[in-house]
Design a protein around this ligand. Structure first.
Ligand code: HEM
Ligand SMILES: CC(C)=CCC/C(C)=C/CC/C(C)=C/COP(=O)(O)OP(=O)(O)O
Length: 293
């Protein structure tokens, strides 16, 4: 292998460790939080600094999760080829990478954004990389419900970056992602139950069976539909958002109804994929609505 190819694959391994696709959506949700905040303090450089800072700390959290979960990752087909799991990146190197990303991200937030955003982002890091990964995930099937609060925080982080406060509007956006997380994750867990069982991770379909999980995917989607109306009800979003939300909710409800009544692994895969399109489109709708109002 030429040294260029060696460097290329090493760089790609380090990137993979940061779960870049998940982090892209996390950063997108943080960015929407910034752009929806009152615009008096909204400056181009503040948005850039906050986006990079939150992105780097999230990437650090993902890399830290990979190094802590090396053994679990080795036992599951989906995660077996992660650089830490297959030994391409040592635990030491992953620790160095995660620390460097996290430290640079925190410095950016502290110096160019504000202390509130830095503290909340650090708390989010601890919530996912330590509390969820080390304590909740191996112990309780409610792991992703409680731990989901970390994943849901980005709009609050984004809002805090602009206004140095987290008002009710920002928490409504957090609530949407919080309630979205169970159907997002359990759809995947339903078609990967055997892997989680083999790895000894007590995900809901492992501990309570597929029927119970399927019902809960449906129930959470109903709850999600209700909370997606909140931005309209409290007057932070208009009719364009409401129409988009109703359409997206209708599709998600059809998927999750079928998950409950007519389950197949293929349907669960499609539902999982749709959950990502759903959240991306819903947050894009919030932004478009904000600018056309
Ligand atoms: C505790 C909370 C969460 C859990 C347990 C969870 C779990 C997962 C898992 C296991 C995957 C991997 C799917 C695969 O390997 O094929 C995944 C993918 C993904 N998740 Fe989540 N997730 C959570 C929260 C979030 C949040 C908050 C976001 C964004 C706001 C998000 C966005 C995504 C995206 C974009 C993907 C697709 C990645 C890809 O295509 O490779 N997730 N999620
Ligand atoms: C600072 C900040 C904003 C941090 C964001 C927190 C964060 C990265 C949340 C994403 C959630 C996520 C990747 C869950 C994957 O679950 P898992 O780790 O159980 O999945 P796996 O089985 O693929 O490892």
């Amino acid at each position: 292998m030429s040294s260029d190819a060696g460097f290329g694959s090493m760089a790609s391994d380090y990137l993979t460790l940061t779960k870049p696709r998940v982090i892209s959506l996390i950063v997108f949700c943080a960015l929407i939080g910034m752009l929806l905040a009152p615009s008096e303090n909204l400056t181009f450089w503040r948005v850039i600094a906050a986006t990079i800072g939150i992105g780097l700390v999230s990437a650090a959290a993902a890399a830290f999760n990979c190094l802590l979960e090396l053994k679990i990752d080795q036992r599951m087909a989906r995660t077996r080829s992660r650089p830490t799991a297959r030994g391409a990146i040592s635990v030491r190197a992953a620790l160095g990478w995660s620390s460097a990303l996290g430290a640079i991200g925190m410095i950016i937030l502290l110096v160019w954004v504000n202390a509130l955003t830095a503290i909340l982002t650090l708390a989010t890091f601890v919530g996912y990389a330590l509390i969820y990964t080390l304590f909740l995930k191996p112990r309780t099937p409610q792991n992703i419900v409680i731990g989901g609060l970390s994943g849901a925080m980005p709009p609050a982080l984004g809002w805090a970056a602009i206004t140095n406060s987290v008002p009710a509007e920002a928490w409504v956006l957090v609530l949407i992602i919080f309630i979205w997380t169970p159907p997002h994750f359990w759809a995947l867990a339903l078609y990967r139950t055997e892997e989680y069982a083999a790895a000894g991770v007590p995900m809901l379909p492992v501990t309570h069976g597929p029927e119970f999980t399927r019902l809960h995917v449906f129930l959470y989607t109903i709850l999600l539909t209700a909370v997606t109306f909140m931005p309209f009800i409290i007057g932070m979003s208009g009719v364009a958002y409401l129409i988009s939300a109703v359409l997206l909710d209708a599709i998600f409800l059809v998927y999750s109804w079928k998950i409950w009544r007519n389950y197949s692994d293929l349907l669960a895969k499609k539902t999982f994929r749709f959950s990502i399109i759903y959240l991306s489109a819903l947050f894009a709708a919030l932004l478009i609505d904000h600018y056309i109002r």
